[in-house]
Design a protein around this ligand. Sequence first.
Ligand SMILES: [Zn+2]
Length: 421
Amino acid sequence: MVVRKQFILVSLVVALALLFAAAAPARGQEQPQPPVHAVAPGDTWAALAMRYGVSQEQLQAANPHPNRYRQPVAGSTIQLPAEAAERTGLLRRPAGSLLRLAVATNQNPWALARLNGVDDPLRPNFYRPIYVPATEGVPQDLPPGFASLELSQLPAVPGQAIGYRATASGVLSVTARLNASLMPSFVNGDRVVGVGATGAFFYPGAPELSIQLPDAPLWAQPWQFAPGSWDYDQLTLSGAAAEIDQEAIRAEGERLYAIWSQVTNAPQWQEPFRYPIESYLQISSRYGARRSYNGGPYRTYHEGVDFAAYGGTPVYAAARGTVVLAEILYVRGGAVLIDHGLGIYTGYYHMSEVHVTPGQVVEAGDQVGEVGSLGLSTGNHLHWDLLAAATWVDAAAWEAQDMGCWLLEGWGTPCSEPERG
Ligand SMILES: [Zn+2]
């Protein structure tokens, strides 16, 4: 621990020194900075070209990439040509000809055609977005029917739950994916939310977020992922702990995975998620900590957050939900699983006592059990985990980023203040 702190301090000093070194020569000079743009969802090359009154070719020349069909990465920054001048307006995908769009938006069809480089305003145009001058709004190339689209983090971080929230009209179902992984998506009237996960071994980069609506072209844009920072734990197993029953571990995991894969289509929680324990000594292992057993390679990582605490310390539900498992398990000891809806589950493990029963609806802060060391555990602690899309995510980051309220507001429900007492 001490070594790590010193290392961080030294890194900070070096980083600051580099920062000042880099900043110093610029001081006193009057070099205009080239304009840049922070890429948001919907900022495709077409949308940005229309927004800044330049051509897509000019934009792409200022931001070379071997694949010109790849859209700008949400969460990254791109260079704008010097002549870029921002203008307001809207993008529309006409259902039919440009003429119909012109009539619907009260525009001169010939002027709209000229502005968008369209030869024939009567020709059907299903895929090309059309810039419509407007007094407010910025051109954004969003999935068909979407009026807005927000991403939970820009950039995102591997291992943390990710989500999107959108307003849309006439949308009945949405299929969203990050690369090949499904992000379960939920429609509530004119609102859409999706929540997904990558896992702590996910390689940082710019995976593609794709959104598919029935009978519409696929919408896709890369999403920037920054590297995570991980602990490295070396564990030594000996004696009974080294002779654990692998088959029992596999069977228990399979049984829980079947539960986590079930998705309840509405959020059950109503307020911010909270830590499941108030009195603890320390967080003894963070989510995503790489683990080496008996000097072997770091092949696994810690899937939850460990709170070291005295035996008997009360353990509380992190948020409102339905208890879907409450029993003593071989690996996880005294275990409680809560379904919060939208594919979000929390789990509480190694408890000596379980105070709830399956089917019971618990409120945030209701006691679910007591800290213990049952199951495959070497001492009293609470292992707390959180899953989204049947994948372990960083429960501490979920709490710190207030993801629960972010999604709930996207769903159209205000997040109420937690009760104190
Ligand atoms: Zn643990």
